[in-house]
Ligand binder design. Structure first.
Ligand code: PMV
Length: 343
C-alpha cells in the first residue's frame, strides 16, 4: 500500500425530511427515509487527510488538533469503518486520520455529516477501493446517519431500506445542484453551546419512549415521497410545507420522549412565528423554517427572497450571526498542498 496522503473536502447537508430514531443502532439503520440538500459555504466544510502506514502500531485519529480515543463516542464509529475498509482492501496498514472543521469551534455549526462523508471518501481513496458512491453512503452512514446523504451533492434521499443487514439502506441523488440552484439555507446562529442531549442518545430515547413516535414513521415516509416529487417539479409551495411540518413533527416526538428532549429555545420559537407571519402576509410560502438537534433556525428560501427574509429575521432576538449556504457538491479530492498531514 502506498504512503501517499489522501485529502478530501466534504460539506454538511440540511434535512428537509429528518432522520430521528434508529431501527438498528450498530448499523445505523433509520425508521424512515430522509431527504436533504447538500450545503456549500467555505465556512461549513470539513477537510480530512488519511495516510496509511505499515509502521504504525494502531490507528490514530485527530479532530481539530486533538487526538481522540475510545472515551470519545466518535472514535468507535470511525474505527469501525476504518476496520471495514482495511478488511475489504485485505490490508494490514494502520491509518492516520487528521480532520479539521472549517467552521469556528463552538459556533453551533458542528456537523458530523461532513466529517463522516470526508472520512469515508478519503479511506476509499487511501485503501484504493474504488467503491461506488452508493456503497460509500453505507459506510458514511455508520459514522453518522446524516453523513450518508453528504456523499452526494445537490438534492439527496437516504432510503430507509428494510433488509436487516442494511444493504438496501443507502443514499442517492434526486437531482444535481444545477436543477434548483435558487434554493438557499440561511443558518441563524442563536446558541453555540454543546447539545445537552447528543443525537446518539436522542435517537435512542425517542424511539424507545415516545408514544407519538409510531405515527411519525409513516408521516415522515410520506413526507419523503412528497418532497422528492416537490424537488423534481421545483414546487416550493409543497416543499416548504413539508419542510416545516416535518421539523415540527420531529421536535414534537422529541418533546414527547421521556425525559423530554427540548432543543428549541425562545429564539427558535420567535423565528417560527416570524416566518409564519411573513408567509401569511405574502399569501404564499416564501420561506420555510427547519431545526436539527439544536436551536439554530435554518431558513430555506430562494435567492430572490433572501433580502426579505433576512429583514424579517432582524426582529428575532438572540441571532448572533447568519451564514447562507447555497446548494453544494458532494465530496472532492484536494491536492497534496492542502493536506493536513505534513511529512
Ligand atoms: O446523523 P446524526 O446521528 O447526527 O443525526 C442527525 C439527525 C438530524 O440532524 C436531527 C436530522 C437529519 O436527518 O439530519
Amino acid at each position: 500500500m502506498d504512503s501517499k496522503i489522501h485529502t478530501v473536502s466534504a460539506s454538511p447537508n440540511i434535512a428537509f425530511i429528518k432522520y430521528w430514531g434508529k431501527r438498528d443502532h450498530k448499523l445505523t439503520l433509520p425508521f424512515n427515509s430522509s431527504v436533504s440538500m447538500t450545503l456549500e459555504n467555505p465556512m461549513l466544510k470539513t477537510i480530512t487527510s488519511v495516510k496509511l502506514s505499515e509502521k504504525m502500531k494502531e490507528d490514530e485519529i485527530y479532530i481539530n488538533g486533538n487526538k481522540i480515543d475510545s472515551k470519545d463516542q466518535r472514535f468507535n464509529y470511525m474505527l469501525g469503518v476504518i476496520e471495514q475498509m482495511r478488511s475489504k482492501a485485505k490490508s494490514d496498514s494502520k491509518a492516520l486520520v487528521v480532520s479539521k472543521n472549517m467552521f469556528p469551534t463552538g459556533s453551533g455549526l458542528a456537523s458530523s455529516a461532513s466529517g463522516a462523508a470526508a472520512l469515508s471518501y478519503a479511506l476509499n481513496s487511501a485503501f484504493g477501493l474504488d467503491m461506488e458512491p452508493r456503497e460509500l453512503s453505507k459506510i458514511a452512514r455508520q459514522v453518522s446517519g446524516s453523513g450518508s446523504r453528504s456523499i452526494f451533492g445537490g438534492f439527496v434521499v437516504w432510503h430507509k431500506g428494510s433488509i436487516a443487514d442494511g444493504s438496501d439502506s443507502y443514499s442517492e441523488q434526486i437531482a444535481p445542484k444545477s436543477h434548483w440552484d435558487e434554493l438557499i439555507d440561511i443558518i441563524c446562529m442563536v446558541d453555540s453551546s454543546r447539545k445537552k442531549v447528543s443525537s446518539t442518545e436522542g435517537h435512542e430515547l425517542t424511539a424507545r419512549t415516545s408514544a407519538l413516535f409510531k405515527s411519525r414513521i409513516d408521516f415522515a415516509e410520506n413526507g419523503a415521497i412528497s418532497s422528492i416529487q416537490a424537488i423534481k417539479s421545483k414546487d416550493f409551495q409543497s416543499l416548504a410545507q413539508n419542510i416545516m411540518r416535518d421539523s415540527n413533527n420531529m421536535h414534537a416526538v422529541m418533546l414527547d420522549s421521556w425525559p423530554p428532549i427540548i432543543y428549541l429555545n425562545s429564539s427558535s420559537l420567535q423565528a417560527i412565528s416570524v416566518i409564519s407571519e411573513l408567509n401569511e402576509s405574502e399569501g404564499k410560502y416564501v420561506a420555510a423554517y427547519t431545526f436539527d438537534a439544536g436551536p439554530n433556525p435554518h431558513i430555506i428560501t430562494t435567492k430572490a427572497n433572501e433580502h426579505k427574509v433576512i429583514e424579517a429575521l432582524d426582529s428575532v432576538e438572540g441571532i448572533k450571526d447568519k451564514i447562507t449556504g447555497v446548494v453544494g457538491d458532494g465530496p472532492s479530492m484536494l491536492d497534496e498542498s492542502e493536506s493536513l498531514i505534513k511529512d
